[in-house]
Design a binder for this molecule. Sequence first.
Ligand code: ARG
Length: 398
Amino acid sequence: MRKVKKVVLAYSGGLDTSAMLLWLKENYGCEVICFTADVGQGEELESLRDKALRSGASRIYVEDLREEFVREFIWTAVKANAIYEGVYLLGTALARPLIAKRQLEIARKEGADAVAHGATGKGNDQVRFELTYYALEPNIRVIAPWREWNFKGRADLIEYCKKNGVCVKASVEKPYSIDRNLMHVSFEGGILEDVWAEPPEDMFILTKSPEKASDTPQEIVISFEKGEPVAIDGEGYGAVDLLAKLNFIGGEHGIGRVDLVENRFVGIKSRGVYETPGVTILHVAHRALESIVMDREVMHLRDSLSVKFSELVYYGFWFSPEFEILRQMVEQTQQTVTGDVRLRLYKGNVIVLGRRSPYSLYKERIATFEDDKGAYNQADAEGFIKLQALRLRLRNTE
Ligand code: ARG
């Protein structure tokens, strides 16, 4: 096997990637560069610089990718109405290709010959990282320590870190596997592995329960331009601030919790619980706006492809030719998705109150139950239905 000289490790500073830093140096005898992406995980990342260097990294990059995460990835998913298996809004899946892409750029800059990540061999994240690596850098060497080393669990890792003089927090078993970013928090493992058991209330981070949520409903207006949210209550926000604000508002009203057993790409069924307050509000608002501006057949075609779009994101094919086609199609459908949506948020619910757009295709003079002044000729419907019925009638005709 080719010898590894320099590896860029996607480093979170948690137990797994801390052990990996040590293990890569020990096992491959290579130089390790750490890369930590700020995708809005809400942790203090500056202290990681010291920690990584003390643990033997020759350099660490800490980079704020939040803006790109929201604009390029999250907004794209909102525009596509991307929801995996009808429930999961893809918060983790959307961040992986971005992290991997930036990791490769650093690898090139550093002249590194390998990249490494902390995902296990049982999940989707390894696939998402590595499909991105190979799509963008076909000859890159990939190291996935979880698939190679002999450590069995957290206790082994803690011992290994301690032995090497790297301090790690809390030796107790972590109750869940958590992945947090600006879009969501995901929880897996622990008591959640019993799919009959209700998630404990104290687990949640971003949202109040509907029961504990505010007793006062809140009305908000969200404005979109070409499918992207740009303002709340008439006030313009940058992408990151807008989502952060909606997360807070949604959290107060108990919005965006879901619990599902999902099909992982590797074939495992897995229980996941998620909190996605802001983007849950955006999905409802976005669809309400589309309902007045989007042509019927375009919408139905797009809806049929949203399922495929979500599957590709979930599987990790962000950088693939088929995804590129879908993405372009989605962009094209969003050119007239501009306007405002009025919502009421109340105890876990996002209730649509109204929508308006300069591109609205909704015409009151045609839809009305009152006198339409000849705008629509009801007599036309008879022939329309008769021809639609022709083949149905023939089935039961001698
Ligand atoms: N099941 C979700 C997904 O595949 C979340 C994975 C979260 N990752 C984690 N390390 N806990 O997108």
